[in-house]
Design a protein around this ligand. Structure first.
Ligand code: ADP
Length: 312
């Protein structure tokens, strides 16, 4: 039987500008789905990568499910909700600057944790569950509690829970509500992968080590703090934190999914038996390639190069 990891969250329709003005290319993206996409490529064949979310029963929702299937991501436990559809965002380019418009207020994914039995069924038999602060942000307070409780049950039954706090204050009623919910959710996580710039802003951490120690105090065993082009900090259990400088990227084209691909790289390396520090180095090598390409998911040839380098 294959080993299984489940990512939980919202995948959205993406409309990205094409060269011809006023025309857009349609794709699918979302933080936890991006991580699942990279995991499906990085993990060995004996691993199954599943996505847990909710979609509608309309044609666009079906296209999203088909996209996941084509990407090698299992979609069997996705909930279908009759009178809802998937969320959408549009990227606009003005003078080289990207701006985003979102339509997700009524997206089906907001109901992904409305049913405890469906959550338990989605996690059944998995070894690892991955979720983010965006997963939490789109839920009602009751559903958020239900999701965290399901993850706690999963963990007590021996599962590993992994959390990327991905702080997005615009999705929350207030920044205080965000900080409170993120800290509570960290209490059920074994591994957290926060990004220092967000954490410093919303939790007033003085430096990445303070971020790592705060998540550690909230109950997380291993914390890996991402920090753009600056040092990554790895705090594992009670050992001293390890800092390492990330080699500068040759060129930075688009940092979309840098953190999401980093998370996938980290997890894939850990699940292949690497130490937390080795896994974080591998994660950085992958993110460093991802930022040299446009969009959340990189072209097939670029991914093939990553896989070859990481298998050495
Ligand atoms: P997020 O996308 O979650 O905000 P970061 O911007 O911190 O995350 O980036 C995640 C990881 O991607 C970093 O820890 C680093 O490994 C890599 N990375 C991002 N930007 C750069 C950069 N300019 N140069 C080198 N590596 C980078």
């Amino acid at each position: 039987m294959s080993r299984r990891i489940v990512a939980i969250g919202e995948c959205m329709v993406e409309l990205a500008p094409r060269d011809e003005p006023g025309t857009f290319a349609m794709g699918f993206a979302g933080d936890t789905m991006n991580t699942a996409w990279y995991l499906a490529r990085l993990l060995p064949q004996d691993w199954a990568v599943d996505y847990f979310t909710a979609v509608g029963t309309d044609a666009l929702s079906q296209r999203m499910v088909d996209f996941l299937g084509d990407a090698g991501i299992g979609a069997a436990s996705i909930r279908r909700i009759d009178d809802r559809t998937v969320g959408l965002y549009m990227i606009e380019l003005r003078d080289g600057e990207r701006s985003f418009s979102y339509w997700r207020g009524e997206s089906a994914a907001r109901l992904l944790a409305a049913d405890a039995a469906a959550l338990d069924a989605g996690l059944d038999g998995a070894e690892v569950a991955y979720f983010s602060g965006i997963t939490l942000a789109i839920l009602s307070p009751e559903d958020r509690t239900r999701l965290v409780a399901a993850l706690a049950r999963f963990r007590s039954a021996g599962g590993t829970v992994v959390f990327d706090p991905n702080l997005r204050p615009k999705l929350w009623a207030s920044s205080a509500a965000m900080c409170e919910a993120v800290t509570a959710a960290a209490g059920v996580a074994d591994i957290a992968l926060p990004s220092f710039d967000d954490e410093a802003r919303w939790f007033s951490d003085a430096d990445p080590e303070a971020t790592a120690r705060r998540y550690h105090a909230a109950g997380v065993k291993t914390v890996v703090v991402k920090n753009g082009a600056a040092d990554v900090v790895v705090l594992d259990g009670d050992t001293a934190p390890v800092h390492f400088a990330v080699p500068p990227a040759e060129r930075v084209v688009d940092t979309t999914a840098a953190g999401d691909s980093f998370s996938a790289g980290y997890l894939a390396a850990r699940l292949k038996g690497r130490s937390p520090v080795e896994a974080a180095r591998s994660a950085h090598r992958i993110a460093a390639v991802v930022i040299q390409h446009r969009g959340a998911v990189i072209p097939r040839e670029a991914m093939a190069g990553v896989l070859e380098a990481e298998s050495r």
